[in-house]
Design a binder for this molecule. Structure first.
Ligand code: URA
Length: 209
């Protein structure tokens, strides 16, 4: 398994460039995030197991491919995760949805949990955790810790931007969790923001700054 899948599709890269631009409005940012999450959703589900079932087309019977096993669980890491969640959920409407509420203490940069609600049958489901920014990795690692404590065994992490520091941290803590990202940026600054990045994803998405 490749630990990191970097989605270099031209449409993804084009949309991401517009999102990074500080002149892009909140409305356009949100619309592009939804569009990118559809494209990333395509990548993150690429290796889902399939089986076949017999169906009747108007002309004949056939053995046709269909998804195998339980449906997915999508876990949004609040609050920015909700922006990625919408598009992926549109692609997989029958997925169950959970939420992990973590905020970053601005002094320590450590994640603090304030909410946790996930589907009960997590151990039987492919879990896709979504958060646009893999920065220090502290929140992402903590979220995956909590999901594993709740029984999740098959987890992927979907983000928009990843910093090398965050990728290294996740690989060390959770080598079994594959990361799917639209970009691997240069570095973190001294307050844990991704450079060049796109700023605070939650603020860009909800217009809170
Ligand atoms: N979270 C964000 O929203 N942006 C960053 O650059 C890092 C963490």
């Amino acid at each position: 398994m490749d630990h990191v899948i970097h989605v270099t599709h031209p449409l993804v890269q084009h949309k991401l460039t517009i999102m990074r631009d500080k002149g892009t409005s909140t409305a356009v940012f949100r619309q592009l995030l939804r569009e990118i999450s559809l494209l990333l959703g395509y990548e993150v589900t690429r290796d889902l197991p399939v089986t076949t079932k017999t169906i009747e087309t108007p002309l004949t019977d056939m053995e046709a491919p269909t998804l195998k096993g339980k449906k997915l669980a999508l876990i949004s890491i609040l609050r920015a995760g909700n922006g990625l969640l919408d598009g992926v959920l549109e692609l997989i409407p029958s997925a169950r949805v959970g939420f992990v509420g973590l905020y970053r203490d601005h002094d320590t940069l450590q994640p603090v949990q304030y909410y946790f609600k996930v589907p009960k049958d997590l151990p039987q489901r492919r879990v896709i955790a979504v958060d646009p920014m893999l920065a220090t990795g502290n929140s992402s690692v903590k979220a995956i810790d909590l999901l594993k404590d709740a029984g999740a065994k098959d987890i992927k992490f979907l983000c928009l931007l990843a910093a090398p520091e965050g990728i290294a941290r996740m690989k060390e803590a959770h080598p079994d969790v594959q990361i799917i990202t639209a970009a691997i940026d240069e570095k973190l600054n001294d307050i844990g923001y991704i450079i060049p990045g796109l700023g605070d994803a939650g603020d860009r998405m909800f217009g809170t700054k």
